[in-house]
Design a protein around this ligand. Structure first.
Ligand SMILES: *Cc1c(COP(=O)(O)O)cnc(C)c1O
Length: 361
Protein backbone atom coordinates (compact mmCIF):
# COMPACT_ATOMS: atom_id res chain seq x y z
CA UNK A 1 0.00 0.00 0.00
CA UNK A 2 1.37 3.37 -0.95
CA UNK A 3 0.95 6.62 0.86
CA UNK A 4 -2.57 8.02 0.68
CA UNK A 5 -2.43 10.81 -1.89
CA UNK A 6 -4.62 13.87 -1.64
CA UNK A 7 -4.47 14.65 -5.34
CA UNK A 8 -6.18 17.91 -6.19
CA UNK A 9 -9.55 17.72 -7.99
CA UNK A 10 -9.46 17.52 -11.77
CA UNK A 11 -5.92 16.25 -12.25
CA UNK A 12 -6.77 12.56 -12.57
CA UNK A 13 -9.54 13.42 -15.05
CA UNK A 14 -7.00 14.68 -17.57
CA UNK A 15 -6.18 12.60 -20.58
CA UNK A 16 -2.67 13.42 -21.76
CA UNK A 17 -2.41 15.74 -24.75
CA UNK A 18 -1.81 13.74 -27.90
CA UNK A 19 0.61 15.54 -30.19
CA UNK A 20 1.03 14.91 -33.89
CA UNK A 21 2.87 11.71 -34.68
CA UNK A 22 6.44 12.42 -35.73
CA UNK A 23 7.75 9.08 -36.95
CA UNK A 24 6.83 6.12 -39.10
CA UNK A 25 8.59 2.93 -38.02
CA UNK A 26 11.22 1.92 -40.55
CA UNK A 27 11.02 5.15 -42.55
CA UNK A 28 13.72 7.69 -41.74
CA UNK A 29 12.57 10.04 -44.52
CA UNK A 30 8.95 10.44 -43.48
CA UNK A 31 7.52 13.93 -43.95
CA UNK A 32 5.81 15.28 -40.84
CA UNK A 33 2.67 17.27 -41.60
CA UNK A 34 0.90 16.61 -38.31
CA UNK A 35 1.79 19.50 -35.97
CA UNK A 36 1.38 22.68 -38.03
CA UNK A 37 5.10 23.34 -37.95
CA UNK A 38 6.68 25.73 -40.44
CA UNK A 39 7.98 23.53 -43.30
CA UNK A 40 10.62 26.17 -44.12
CA UNK A 41 11.97 26.16 -40.57
CA UNK A 42 12.82 29.22 -38.50
CA UNK A 43 14.44 32.37 -39.90
CA UNK A 44 18.22 31.89 -40.35
CA UNK A 45 18.54 35.00 -38.15
CA UNK A 46 16.66 33.21 -35.34
CA UNK A 47 19.01 30.25 -35.64
CA UNK A 48 22.01 32.59 -35.44
CA UNK A 49 20.58 34.40 -32.40
CA UNK A 50 19.92 31.08 -30.68
CA UNK A 51 23.43 29.80 -31.42
CA UNK A 52 24.96 33.02 -30.11
CA UNK A 53 23.37 32.26 -26.73
CA UNK A 54 25.08 28.88 -26.38
CA UNK A 55 28.07 30.16 -24.41
CA UNK A 56 25.70 31.93 -21.99
CA UNK A 57 23.78 28.89 -20.85
CA UNK A 58 25.20 29.14 -17.35
CA UNK A 59 23.37 32.48 -16.97
CA UNK A 60 19.82 32.72 -15.74
CA UNK A 61 17.56 34.39 -18.27
CA UNK A 62 15.79 37.73 -17.97
CA UNK A 63 12.92 37.78 -15.49
CA UNK A 64 10.87 40.54 -17.08
CA UNK A 65 11.57 39.77 -20.76
CA UNK A 66 11.67 43.53 -21.35
CA UNK A 67 13.56 43.45 -24.65
CA UNK A 68 11.16 41.03 -26.31
CA UNK A 69 8.08 42.70 -24.85
CA UNK A 70 9.29 46.03 -26.16
CA UNK A 71 9.78 44.62 -29.65
CA UNK A 72 6.34 42.98 -29.63
CA UNK A 73 4.77 46.24 -28.46
CA UNK A 74 6.53 48.18 -31.21
CA UNK A 75 5.73 45.62 -33.91
CA UNK A 76 2.03 45.31 -33.14
CA UNK A 77 1.47 48.77 -31.60
CA UNK A 78 0.55 47.44 -28.16
CA UNK A 79 1.16 48.52 -24.57
CA UNK A 80 4.35 46.78 -23.43
CA UNK A 81 3.29 46.74 -19.78
CA UNK A 82 0.36 44.43 -20.60
CA UNK A 83 2.35 41.82 -22.54
CA UNK A 84 3.27 38.59 -20.74
CA UNK A 85 5.76 36.12 -22.22
CA UNK A 86 5.03 32.45 -21.57
CA UNK A 87 6.63 29.07 -22.06
CA UNK A 88 4.54 28.64 -25.19
CA UNK A 89 1.09 30.17 -25.37
CA UNK A 90 0.08 26.95 -23.60
CA UNK A 91 1.49 28.50 -20.45
CA UNK A 92 -0.67 31.62 -20.85
CA UNK A 93 -3.73 29.37 -21.32
CA UNK A 94 -2.74 27.51 -18.16
CA UNK A 95 -2.26 30.78 -16.20
CA UNK A 96 -5.71 31.96 -17.28
CA UNK A 97 -7.35 28.78 -16.00
CA UNK A 98 -5.37 28.72 -12.78
CA UNK A 99 -6.10 32.37 -12.11
CA UNK A 100 -9.78 32.53 -12.94
CA UNK A 101 -11.37 29.06 -12.99
CA UNK A 102 -11.45 26.66 -10.06
CA UNK A 103 -13.76 24.04 -8.60
CA UNK A 104 -17.38 24.75 -9.51
CA UNK A 105 -16.47 27.10 -12.35
CA UNK A 106 -17.06 26.40 -16.02
CA UNK A 107 -14.73 26.95 -18.95
CA UNK A 108 -16.29 27.00 -22.41
CA UNK A 109 -14.58 25.89 -25.59
CA UNK A 110 -15.93 24.80 -28.94
CA UNK A 111 -16.62 21.27 -30.09
CA UNK A 112 -13.58 21.17 -32.38
CA UNK A 113 -11.49 23.52 -30.24
CA UNK A 114 -7.82 23.19 -29.28
CA UNK A 115 -7.12 20.37 -26.80
CA UNK A 116 -5.23 22.44 -24.25
CA UNK A 117 -8.33 24.43 -23.21
CA UNK A 118 -10.03 21.48 -21.60
CA UNK A 119 -6.80 20.06 -20.21
CA UNK A 120 -5.90 23.33 -18.49
CA UNK A 121 -9.46 23.80 -17.23
CA UNK A 122 -9.44 20.35 -15.62
CA UNK A 123 -6.01 20.86 -14.10
CA UNK A 124 -7.28 23.91 -12.29
CA UNK A 125 -10.29 21.96 -10.98
CA UNK A 126 -12.82 23.66 -13.25
CA UNK A 127 -15.37 21.97 -15.50
CA UNK A 128 -14.68 22.19 -19.24
CA UNK A 129 -17.85 22.55 -21.30
CA UNK A 130 -17.79 21.71 -25.00
CA UNK A 131 -20.15 23.81 -27.12
CA UNK A 132 -21.33 22.68 -30.59
CA UNK A 133 -20.04 24.41 -33.69
CA UNK A 134 -22.09 25.10 -36.79
CA UNK A 135 -20.61 23.09 -39.68
CA UNK A 136 -17.09 23.46 -38.27
CA UNK A 137 -17.44 27.17 -37.55
CA UNK A 138 -17.65 28.72 -34.07
CA UNK A 139 -21.31 29.31 -33.20
CA UNK A 140 -21.63 32.47 -31.11
CA UNK A 141 -25.31 31.89 -30.31
CA UNK A 142 -24.49 28.40 -29.02
CA UNK A 143 -21.68 29.82 -26.87
CA UNK A 144 -23.87 32.59 -25.46
CA UNK A 145 -26.57 30.01 -24.79
CA UNK A 146 -24.11 27.86 -22.82
CA UNK A 147 -22.93 30.69 -20.59
CA UNK A 148 -24.26 30.68 -17.04
CA UNK A 149 -23.38 32.31 -13.73
CA UNK A 150 -20.50 29.84 -13.24
CA UNK A 151 -18.82 30.54 -16.58
CA UNK A 152 -15.43 32.20 -16.08
CA UNK A 153 -13.60 31.73 -19.38
CA UNK A 154 -14.58 31.28 -23.02
CA UNK A 155 -11.78 30.10 -25.32
CA UNK A 156 -11.89 30.42 -29.06
CA UNK A 157 -9.04 30.12 -31.52
CA UNK A 158 -9.29 32.40 -34.53
CA UNK A 159 -8.44 30.99 -37.04
CA UNK A 160 -9.50 27.79 -35.34
CA UNK A 161 -7.45 24.60 -35.11
CA UNK A 162 -8.17 21.94 -36.44
CA UNK A 163 -10.92 23.39 -38.66
CA UNK A 164 -8.98 26.31 -40.17
CA UNK A 165 -12.16 28.41 -40.24
CA UNK A 166 -12.48 31.98 -38.94
CA UNK A 167 -15.06 33.79 -36.88
CA UNK A 168 -15.84 37.25 -38.31
CA UNK A 169 -15.06 40.30 -36.15
CA UNK A 170 -18.74 41.21 -35.87
CA UNK A 171 -19.41 37.80 -34.31
CA UNK A 172 -16.49 38.13 -31.91
CA UNK A 173 -17.86 41.53 -30.87
CA UNK A 174 -21.30 40.03 -30.27
CA UNK A 175 -19.75 37.29 -28.14
CA UNK A 176 -17.65 39.71 -26.07
CA UNK A 177 -20.64 42.01 -25.56
CA UNK A 178 -22.90 39.15 -24.52
CA UNK A 179 -20.70 37.75 -21.75
CA UNK A 180 -21.66 38.47 -18.17
CA UNK A 181 -19.48 40.38 -15.76
CA UNK A 182 -16.75 38.14 -14.38
CA UNK A 183 -16.34 36.10 -17.55
CA UNK A 184 -13.36 36.57 -19.86
CA UNK A 185 -13.19 35.88 -23.59
CA UNK A 186 -9.83 34.46 -24.66
CA UNK A 187 -8.94 34.88 -28.33
CA UNK A 188 -6.21 32.43 -29.28
CA UNK A 189 -4.32 33.94 -32.20
CA UNK A 190 -1.85 31.11 -32.77
CA UNK A 191 -2.48 31.34 -36.52
CA UNK A 192 -3.15 35.09 -36.76
CA UNK A 193 0.02 35.81 -38.77
CA UNK A 194 -1.18 33.61 -41.61
CA UNK A 195 -4.12 35.95 -42.24
CA UNK A 196 -3.20 39.09 -44.18
CA UNK A 197 -4.13 42.25 -42.29
CA UNK A 198 -5.52 40.45 -39.22
CA UNK A 199 -4.53 41.71 -35.76
CA UNK A 200 -5.28 38.44 -33.95
CA UNK A 201 -7.85 40.13 -31.75
CA UNK A 202 -5.66 42.97 -30.42
CA UNK A 203 -8.27 45.62 -31.22
CA UNK A 204 -10.80 43.74 -29.09
CA UNK A 205 -8.39 43.76 -26.16
CA UNK A 206 -7.89 47.50 -26.60
CA UNK A 207 -11.60 48.28 -26.81
CA UNK A 208 -12.94 46.07 -24.02
CA UNK A 209 -12.16 45.05 -20.48
CA UNK A 210 -13.11 41.37 -20.86
CA UNK A 211 -10.93 40.14 -23.74
CA UNK A 212 -7.48 38.51 -23.58
CA UNK A 213 -5.40 37.50 -26.61
CA UNK A 214 -2.80 34.71 -26.76
CA UNK A 215 -0.11 34.45 -29.44
CA UNK A 216 2.74 32.11 -30.20
CA UNK A 217 6.15 31.86 -31.85
CA UNK A 218 5.48 28.17 -32.58
CA UNK A 219 3.66 28.49 -35.87
CA UNK A 220 4.63 31.01 -38.56
CA UNK A 221 7.87 31.84 -36.74
CA UNK A 222 8.86 28.17 -36.64
CA UNK A 223 10.01 28.07 -32.99
CA UNK A 224 7.72 25.32 -31.65
CA UNK A 225 10.69 23.49 -30.17
CA UNK A 226 11.74 26.48 -28.08
CA UNK A 227 8.43 26.94 -26.26
CA UNK A 228 7.69 30.64 -26.36
CA UNK A 229 4.45 32.59 -26.73
CA UNK A 230 2.71 35.56 -25.18
CA UNK A 231 -0.52 37.00 -23.89
CA UNK A 232 -2.07 40.47 -23.99
CA UNK A 233 -5.01 41.73 -21.98
CA UNK A 234 -6.46 44.35 -19.68
CA UNK A 235 -4.03 45.65 -17.01
CA UNK A 236 -5.87 44.07 -14.07
CA UNK A 237 -5.94 40.66 -15.77
CA UNK A 238 -2.28 40.77 -16.71
CA UNK A 239 -1.32 41.80 -13.20
CA UNK A 240 -2.92 38.60 -11.89
CA UNK A 241 -1.30 36.39 -14.56
CA UNK A 242 2.10 37.92 -13.85
CA UNK A 243 1.95 36.62 -10.30
CA UNK A 244 1.61 33.04 -11.59
CA UNK A 245 4.67 33.33 -13.80
CA UNK A 246 7.78 31.59 -12.50
CA UNK A 247 10.77 33.95 -12.49
CA UNK A 248 12.61 32.09 -15.26
CA UNK A 249 9.75 30.59 -17.29
CA UNK A 250 11.42 31.22 -20.67
CA UNK A 251 15.04 30.48 -21.59
CA UNK A 252 17.48 33.13 -22.79
CA UNK A 253 18.00 31.28 -26.06
CA UNK A 254 14.24 31.22 -26.70
CA UNK A 255 13.97 34.95 -25.96
CA UNK A 256 16.84 35.74 -28.33
CA UNK A 257 15.49 33.54 -31.12
CA UNK A 258 11.98 34.98 -30.77
CA UNK A 259 13.31 38.52 -31.01
CA UNK A 260 15.33 37.75 -34.13
CA UNK A 261 12.39 35.91 -35.69
CA UNK A 262 10.03 38.82 -35.10
CA UNK A 263 12.55 41.27 -36.55
CA UNK A 264 12.95 39.26 -39.74
CA UNK A 265 9.78 40.51 -41.39
CA UNK A 266 10.97 39.61 -44.87
CA UNK A 267 11.28 35.96 -43.91
CA UNK A 268 7.89 35.94 -42.19
CA UNK A 269 6.31 37.46 -45.28
CA UNK A 270 7.95 34.78 -47.41
CA UNK A 271 6.52 32.04 -45.16
CA UNK A 272 3.07 33.62 -45.27
CA UNK A 273 3.11 33.84 -49.07
CA UNK A 274 4.39 30.27 -49.54
CA UNK A 275 1.75 28.96 -47.15
CA UNK A 276 -1.02 30.78 -48.97
CA UNK A 277 0.18 29.58 -52.36
CA UNK A 278 0.48 25.89 -51.46
CA UNK A 279 -2.60 25.85 -49.26
CA UNK A 280 -4.71 27.07 -52.18
CA UNK A 281 -3.08 24.62 -54.57
CA UNK A 282 -3.46 21.64 -52.24
CA UNK A 283 -7.11 22.34 -51.42
CA UNK A 284 -7.96 22.83 -55.12
CA UNK A 285 -6.16 19.67 -56.26
CA UNK A 286 -7.80 17.55 -53.57
CA UNK A 287 -11.17 19.11 -54.36
CA UNK A 288 -10.79 17.91 -57.96
CA UNK A 289 -10.47 14.30 -56.80
CA UNK A 290 -13.49 14.53 -54.53
CA UNK A 291 -11.83 15.38 -51.22
CA UNK A 292 -13.42 18.57 -49.87
CA UNK A 293 -12.14 20.98 -47.25
CA UNK A 294 -13.40 24.29 -45.86
CA UNK A 295 -11.47 27.37 -46.98
CA UNK A 296 -8.63 27.53 -44.45
CA UNK A 297 -7.10 30.67 -42.98
CA UNK A 298 -4.24 28.85 -41.26
CA UNK A 299 -1.25 26.66 -42.21
CA UNK A 300 -3.22 23.45 -42.55
CA UNK A 301 -6.35 22.16 -44.22
CA UNK A 302 -8.95 19.83 -42.79
CA UNK A 303 -9.92 17.33 -45.47
CA UNK A 304 -13.15 15.36 -45.20
CA UNK A 305 -14.02 11.83 -46.21
CA UNK A 306 -17.33 10.02 -46.52
CA UNK A 307 -16.84 7.89 -43.42
CA UNK A 308 -14.56 7.22 -40.48
CA UNK A 309 -13.34 4.06 -42.21
CA UNK A 310 -12.37 5.99 -45.32
CA UNK A 311 -10.50 8.62 -43.28
CA UNK A 312 -8.59 5.90 -41.45
CA UNK A 313 -7.76 4.09 -44.68
CA UNK A 314 -6.56 7.34 -46.26
CA UNK A 315 -4.38 7.99 -43.21
CA UNK A 316 -2.89 4.49 -43.51
CA UNK A 317 -2.24 4.98 -47.21
CA UNK A 318 -0.48 8.29 -46.54
CA UNK A 319 1.65 6.61 -43.87
CA UNK A 320 2.63 3.88 -46.28
CA UNK A 321 3.84 6.66 -48.53
CA UNK A 322 5.91 8.28 -45.80
CA UNK A 323 3.46 11.08 -45.09
CA UNK A 324 2.39 11.79 -41.51
CA UNK A 325 -0.83 13.78 -41.11
CA UNK A 326 -3.11 14.28 -38.13
CA UNK A 327 -6.09 12.12 -37.22
CA UNK A 328 -8.61 14.36 -35.49
CA UNK A 329 -11.14 11.89 -34.11
CA UNK A 330 -10.39 13.21 -30.63
CA UNK A 331 -11.50 16.65 -31.88
CA UNK A 332 -14.86 15.10 -32.73
CA UNK A 333 -13.92 14.92 -36.41
CA UNK A 334 -13.52 11.17 -37.05
CA UNK A 335 -14.16 11.51 -40.79
CA UNK A 336 -11.48 14.13 -41.33
CA UNK A 337 -7.70 14.46 -41.48
CA UNK A 338 -5.72 17.60 -40.79
CA UNK A 339 -2.79 18.21 -43.10
CA UNK A 340 -0.19 20.85 -42.35
CA UNK A 341 0.78 22.81 -45.46
CA UNK A 342 4.25 21.54 -46.27
CA UNK A 343 6.68 22.73 -48.91
CA UNK A 344 6.00 22.14 -52.59
CA UNK A 345 7.43 18.60 -52.53
CA UNK A 346 5.31 17.59 -49.58
CA UNK A 347 2.12 19.06 -51.06
CA UNK A 348 2.71 17.29 -54.37
CA UNK A 349 3.33 13.98 -52.58
CA UNK A 350 0.05 14.35 -50.68
CA UNK A 351 -1.88 14.89 -53.90
CA UNK A 352 -0.18 11.94 -55.60
CA UNK A 353 -0.82 9.61 -52.67
CA UNK A 354 -4.46 10.63 -52.22
CA UNK A 355 -5.11 10.41 -55.97
CA UNK A 356 -3.87 6.79 -55.81
CA UNK A 357 -6.00 6.22 -52.75
CA UNK A 358 -9.16 7.52 -54.40
CA UNK A 359 -8.41 5.38 -57.47
CA UNK A 360 -8.31 2.37 -55.16
CA UNK A 361 -4.62 1.59 -55.77
C1 LIG B 1 -0.28 25.38 -31.85
C2 LIG B 1 -1.32 26.10 -31.10
C3 LIG B 1 -0.98 26.87 -30.00
C4 LIG B 1 0.47 27.09 -29.68
O1 LIG B 1 0.87 26.56 -28.52
P1 LIG B 1 2.34 26.89 -28.02
O2 LIG B 1 2.26 26.46 -26.61
O3 LIG B 1 2.54 28.36 -28.14
O4 LIG B 1 3.28 26.11 -28.85
C5 LIG B 1 -1.97 27.54 -29.31
N1 LIG B 1 -3.26 27.46 -29.71
C6 LIG B 1 -3.62 26.75 -30.78
C7 LIG B 1 -5.02 26.74 -31.21
C8 LIG B 1 -2.67 26.03 -31.49
O5 LIG B 1 -3.02 25.31 -32.55
Amino acid sequence: MGLKLNTQPGIMGVKAYVGGASEIAGNANAIKLSSNENPLGPSPKAIAAYSAQAANMHRYPSVDHAALRELIAQTYKLDMTRILIGCGSDEIISFLCRAFAGVGDEVLYTEHGFGMYQISARLSGATPVSVPENNRVTDVDALLGAVNENTRLVFIANPNNPTGTMTPNAEIARLADGLPDGCLLVLDGAYAEFVYGFDGGASFVEARDNVVMTRTFSKIFGLGGLRIGWGYGPANVMEVLNRLKGPFNVSGAALAAAKAALEDETYTEHCRAENEKWRGWLAAELGKIGIPSDPSFANFILIRFGSTDEAQAANAHLQNNGLIVRMVANYNLPQALRITIGDETACRQIVTALTEFKAGK
